[in-house]
Design a protein around this ligand. Structure first.
Ligand code: PEP
Ligand code: MG
Length: 887
């Protein structure tokens, strides 16, 4: 029989940390903490399998579940000396979701479950604190009505705010027991009025309502969005954790908090967290009250005059420090902890590996390796390659003038500039128009995920470092300033008031997530230095990686930047990109639009010296590292003159009439330029183009060799080959030019010629093509386009729909479609090697910078990946992780 329920408590547990798939992250770690003898309120976990069963069976529960839950409640009762539903020996529980991967703020929680009109009196008596009892009951009504019965918590907030205003109070803590009783009566009346039925009084009915709500929350819109953004499969399901309640709101010796064993923003090795006296867990995360520091050190650093937990509750603090250390050592990683102190006694409610910024991840990994907690390879394996993107975020130039209009908490590092928007919808709209937004809110909620994603940065006026905005922004790598209390957002008027000035939607501001500043206007930014911990991890990664990492670059600036990011050569120089600007585009257009070979040669003569000096510079920057230059592959439409002005300009240069030129442009118009007269097809029609380029490459190589005294071995790449004869035809021209240049210069030139594999036919015929090609570079952009028959320029409009409808998991232009396109790559690699065992194999499509695709490249045994300069660190790390995994 399937075991649906796992119990834990009092130093023992049926599950372990390794059971995350079954018990969810929270459940597995609660079990582990119990087994370690830590103080954890006893409880039980209903498995993710039960959740999947629930969905597979029309939202029903397995037959034996009710009996299992009863038995587990009995288990809690035995350990606590209490009994669920019995006012004489009152047992209250919390019900929390807990999926395999943490989904902060995505799923729902119910606290104080088991309270009703009768048991609340028992709680008042038991605790000797009626005020606490009624406060707990009203919280329960509010949470349960929201999470389980779908009544928005704001209707309760309104009632409470009304009461407080009438009574002249500011804080919830000012309400007396009797005043809470009055609020409860209003709450209950509201539930009945809104839902047409009374608030449930039967604890068992409450419990099953909550269990059902947790399961249902797996399919709520927030959870679905979060899963989509984080590639979490729907099939994982969520577990439900039911635990005996412990109370952080039992007066001034009680508290609740969250903490990290190291600073999740900077990585510093120091306990870091926040707590609230006389509060329940959700108060901290919800950002409703601004919490206080846990340690004295942090309090002083923050310049706060509110006492720290260390000062206020020294005993509980000391136990907490011991437990944090123990947990970090046990899990060998930074832990994210939740705790409650009930009348001076510490209880642990959660531990998990904490989310962290990329900067913190690097620092922690390097320091943990130095401390001997983990090995260097583990340090390398721990960094999420995609997160390195965060480190490539701009920071504010220290020399820039800062017009500070407000200050909040440095919740997520990096700086961002954009137009103010007050809603997630506006953030998305702006992004759609290619504009940059800063999402400004009082506080964010899980409904804002899409807006946070679309915005460049997030600014909130309320909430702490662990508020929703802060946690989610850090996870996304977005700059965030939270709790900027001196700013006022007025949603009614759509304004942000800062230092007496009024800002409106569309006004530009800058936020500095590294120090919490909010600045007026746009500010000069800097790209960060990649040194210190970053360099250490890169060095360790380079030591274990097998594949080389090259860059796609054609400008000297990109090539230099790529070298500073560790490029080991150029994997793709797209020569057509060298002609976009200034006088060059005119010469390029002249060449394309020329009617006769003679005219074309004239235009090519203008292009030759430009090309030669470009290549010379690239060879010099790359200083002997391999450089792969691809012959012209212009999708023609990108180069044709479009405006009348452009036509006139080219006509003048070619000395023909604008009319004639317009006719020629029209004649060259293609219905499907991506599948048109491009790539090697152009070189077959007009071999003089390939000849000019080959000449420029060889002359530059000779010159670079002469200057450096070292041999430069260019790699010439022919694009869009599908038929071996195409390659043979172009290669014959390249070889002929090489002979001429050798004769003219008297210098022996070494070079490789090869092809891109970017058409299915090329992959199928790779064994034959390898007879002529000394290397293959997989052009997976075109290979994806042609394998799927999906235009890479038009795909985004419908691929997102495909993703949402579950037809594809990921955009195949972003992450390689391993089972389809990947199969062609694998086959071509094998066929290529069969013909030419030492054939050089690389990839230069966008996938060369995508971690999952890089893993695949390692598996297939490619020699290198090539990607844009800013993705190089990601590629180096991903290649190292792939090598470690492949061992
Ligand atoms: C490719 O097709 O993958 C490729 C690298 O070439 P381009 O993107 O220039 O077509
Ligand atoms: Mg291509």
């Amino acid at each position: 029989m399937t075991k649906w329920v796992y119990t834990f408590g009092d130093g023992a547990a049926e599950g372990r940390a390794g059971d995350k798939n079954l018990l969810g992250g929270k459940g597995a770690n609660l079990a582990e903490m119990c087994s370690l003898g830590l103080p954890v309120p006893p409880g039980f976990t209903i498995t993710t399998e039960a959740c999947n069963w629930y969905y597979a069976n029309g939202n029903a529960y397995p037959d034996s579940l009710a009996a299992d839950v009863d038995a587990a409640l009995g288990h809690i009762g035995n350990l606590t000396g209490r009994s669920f539903g019995d006012p004489e020996k009152l047992l209250l529980v919390s019900v929390r979701s807990g999926a395999r991967a943490s989904m902060p703020g995505m799923m729902d929680t119910v606290l104080n479950l088991g309270l009703n009109d009768e048991t609340v009196e028992a709680l008042a008596k038991d605790s000797g604190d009626p005020r606490f009892a009624y406060d707990s009951y009203r919280r329960f009504i509010q949470m349960y009505s929201d999470v389980v019965m779908g009544l928005d918590h704001e209707v309760f907030e309104e009632i409470l705010e009304d009461r407080k205003a009438t009574l002249g109070y500011e804080l919830d803590t000012e309400l007396s027991a009797a005043e809470w009783q009055a609020v409860i009566a209003l709450y209950k009346a509201k539930v009945e009025e809104e839902l047409g039925k009374p608030f449930p009084q039967d604890p068992r009915e409450q419990l099953w309502g909550a269990i059902g709500a947790v399961f249902s929350s797996w399919m709520n819109a927030r959870a679905i969005t979060y899963r989509r953004l984080h590639d979490i499969p729907e099939a994982w399901g969520t577990a439900v954790n039911v635990q005996a309640m412990v109370f952080g709101n039992m007066g001034d010796t009680s508290a609740t908090g969250v903490a990290f064993t190291r600073n999740p923003s900077t990585g510093e090795k120091a306990l870091y967290g926040e707590f609230l006296v006389n509060a329940q867990g959700e108060d901290v995360v919800a950002g409703i009250r601004t919490p206080k520091n846990i340690t004295e050190k942090a309090r002083i650093a923050a310049g706060s005059d509110k006492p720290s937990m260390q000062k206020l509750m020294p005993d509980a603090f000391a136990s907490f420090v011991t437990i944090s250390d123990k947990l970090e050592k046990h899990y060998r990683d930074m832990q994210d902890l939740e705790f409650t102190i009930e009348r001076g006694k510490l209880w642990m409610l959660q531990t998990r590996s904490g989310k962290r910024t990329a900067k913190a991840a690097l620092k922690m990994a390097v320091e943990m390796a130095a401390e001997g907690l983990i090995t260097k390879e583990e340090a390398v394996a721990r960094i999420d390659p995609a997160s390195l993107d965060q480190l490539l975020h701009p920071t504010i130039d220290p020399k820039a003038e800062r017009n500070v209009i407000g200050i909040g908490l440095p919740a997520s590092p990096g700086a961002a500039t954009g137009e103010i928007v007050f809603s997630s919808e506006d953030a998305e709209d702006l992004k759609g128009q290619g504009r940059k937004a800063i999402l400004v809110r009082v506080e964010t909620s899980p409904e804002d995920i899409h807006g946070m994603h679309a915005a460049e940065g997030i600014l909130t006026t309320r909430g702490g470092m662990t508020s929703h905005a802060a946690v989610v922004a850090r996870g996304m790598g977005k700059p965030c300033v939270s709790g900027a209390g001196s700013l006022r957002v007025d949603h009614r008027t759509g304004t942000l008031i800062a230092m007496g000035a009024t800002f409106r939607k569309g006004d530009v501001i800058t936020i500095d997530g590294s120090n919490g500043q909010v600045l007026k206007g746009a500010v000069q930014m800097l790209r960060p230095e990649l040194s210190g911990d970053f360099a250490a991890i890169m060095e360790w990664a380079d030591a274990v990686r097998r594949m080389k990492v090259r860059t796609n670059a054609e400008t000297p600036a990109d090539a230099r930047m790529a070298r500073s990011f560790g490029a080991e050569g150029i994997g793709l120089c797209r020569t057509e990109h060298m002609f976009f600007d200034g006088a060059r585009i005119v010469a390029m257009r002249e060449m394309i639009l020329a009617d006769t070979e003679a005219d074309r040669r004239m235009a090519l003569d203008k292009l030759l010296p430009m090309q030669r000096s470009d290549f010379l510079e690239l060879f010099e920057i790359m200083a002997g590292l391999p450089v792969t230059i691809r012959l012209l592959d212009p999708p023609l439409h990108e180069f044709l003159p479009k405006t009348e002005e452009e036509i006139a300009e080219v006509a003048a240069a070619m000395n023909v009439s604008a009319d004639k030129l317009r006719q020629r442009t029209e004649a060259l118009h293609e219905f499907n330029p991506m599948l048109g007269h491009r790539g090697c097809r152009l070189a077959v029609s007009y071999p003089e183009i390939a000849e000019m380029q080959a000449r420029a490459i060889f002359e530059a190589a000779v010159e670079a060799g002469r200057k450096s005294g070292k041999l430069v071995v260019p790699e010439i790449m022919v694009p869009l080959v599908g038929i071996v004869k195409e390659l043979e035809f172009v290669k014959a021209r390249i070889d002929a030019v090489a002979s001429s240049v050798m004769k003219e210069t008297g210098v022996t030139i070494e070079y490789l010629s090869g092809t891109m594999i970017e058409l299915p036919r090329a992959a199928i015929r790779a064994n034959v093509i390898a007879e002529s090609a000394e290397f293959f570079s997989f052009g997976t952009n075109d290979l994806t386009q042609t394998t799927f028959g999906i235009s890479r320029d038009d795909a985004s409009s419908f691929l997102e729909v495909y993703r949402q409808k579950g037809i594809i998991e990921q955009d195949p232009f972003v992450s390689l479609d391993i089972e389809g396109v990947g199969e062609l790559v694998r086959m071509a690699a094998e066929k290529g090697r069969a013909t030419r065992p030492d054939i050089k194999l690389g990839i230069c499509g966008e996938h060369g910078g995508d971690p999952a695709s890089i893993h695949f490249c390692e598996e297939v045994g490619l020699d290198y990946v090539s990607c844009s300069p800013y993705r190089l660190p990601i590629a180096r790390l991903a290649a190292a992780q792939a090598a470690i995994k492949g061992r």
